[in-house]
Write a protein that binds this ligand. Structure first.
Ligand SMILES: Cc1ncc(COP(=O)(O)O)c(C=O)c1O
Length: 361
């Protein structure tokens, strides 16, 4: 494994901390607002949990997940309570992303496709399984050796949303070559300028999810990253394979967290309220970034601004550190990200206001 890249930001952190108004850390997308009571009450209410949870998840959670997918994303899952599960809970989505190639039994034979500029854990998961990685945003002309495709829409770090046509191209390609296509959709409720589409939506996948998986998470939409609440849905045969290995490994979502997930998935009010908080922060911060002379690319959805001054990202990191602001270097996400930085919207209103003031000079 490569060194954990965030450690290389420590010099910028130290420089930013010298600002008299304190540091504004926009480098990591960790939610800061309170977890809504609908989740915390359900968690507390399920605190008496003497027995082991199942890797499959409670029936309540699986039906709630299927209802959420239908209501929010227009996705119709095959029977979530059937013998082949079409959805299972995961311990947040990061472990699933990192373990998926291993859980699918792909160890040591082939190449995983990841986006050109990508969340690093796709690569971590490939390396862990002894697989090679190829970065591309378009289906390659030949499929030799490719065993898995990762899509990420809305994307981290750049907030790009794949169009229906782009999604369909990947689905068609995956099916033609028998390669599973997995879409990480953990920012799917956070579309600003466009409405993100799930890979499992009928307009993309048709009625059949064969070869397709989608990954969702309550970390951002429900401000519950500390709960570790995610899920995997789609092709029942693939979900079954993953589920069976997870049972052996004991990759179990704690019972109280499953109860909190079910409650959170049934409630749109808190998701919409949190979204409005992020919308307001995004508007304020993006206006200030532009007024300071930087450009924002993509960022039509998700929790980040993808910012460039058409210079090496470390120069932009230094500029921002001088203002007491810590950003994420785009180079962490692949060579094509080396001239951007990522600013997270996951800071308090007070810290966002401080950043806005400093950017205004
Ligand atoms: C693209 C992407 N996928 C997955 C995750 C993992 O999120 P979690 O494990 O909190 O569900 C993140 C976290 O930031 C992410 O940006």
């Amino acid at each position: 494994m490569a060194d954990f890249p965030w450690d290389s930001l420590s010099a910028a952190r130290t420089a930013a901390a010298r600002h008299p108004g304190g540091v504004v850390d926009l480098s990591i997308g960790t939610p800061v607002d309170d977890t809504p009571e609908v989740l915390s009450a359900a968690l507390a209410g399920a605190g008496n949990a003497p027995g082991y949870p199942t890797a499959l998840g409670t029936a309540e959670l699986r039906s709630g997940a299927a209802r959420w997918l239908q209501r929010r994303l227009g996705v119709h899952l095959a029977d979530p309570l059937g013998t082949d599960p079409s959805v299972i809970p995961t311990v947040g989505s990061k472990e699933l992303v990192a373990l998926l190639p291993t859980l699918l039994g792909l160890r040591g034979r082939g190449t995983v496709i990841v986006p050109e500029v990508a969340y690093p854990t796709y690569e971590v998961g490939a390396v862990l399984a002894g697989l090679a990685v190829r970065r591309t945003d378009v289906p390659p002309p030949d499929a030799a050796g490719i065993v898995l495709v990762w899509l990420n829409s809305p994307g981290n770090p750049h907030g790009r949303v794949l169009t229906d046509e782009q999604l369909r191209d990947w689905v068609t390609w995956g099916r033609a070559h028998g390669v599973p296509v997995v879409a990480d959709e953990c920012y799917v409720t956070l579309g600003w300028d466009v409405e993100p589409r799930s890979v499992l939506h009928p307009a993309v996948a048709g009625e059949d999810h064969t070869g397709l998986l989608a990954v969702h998470s309550l970390s951002k939409q429900s401000t519950a990253a500390g709960y570790r609440a995610g899920m995997l849905s789609g092709d029942p045969a693939l979900v079954r394979t993953v589920w069976e290995v997870r049972r052996h490994l004991g990759l179990l979502v704690p019972t109280p967290v499953q109860a909190a997930m079910a409650a959170g998935l049934d409630d749109d009010t808190h998701v919409d309220a949190q979204r409005e908080r992020y919308r307001a922060r995004r508007e304020r911060l993006s206006a200030a970034v532009r007024a300071a002379g930087a450009r924002i690319d993509h960022s039509e959805a998700g929790l980040y601004l993808w910012v460039t001054r058409d210079e090496d990202c470390w120069a932009t990191i230094d500029w921002l550190a001088g203002l007491g602001i810590v950003a994420g270097p785009g180079a962490f996400y692949g060579p094509a990200g080396a001239r951007h930085v990522r600013l997270a919207l996951t800071a308090t209103d007070e810290r966002i206001a401080a950043a806005v003031e400093r950017l205004a000079g």
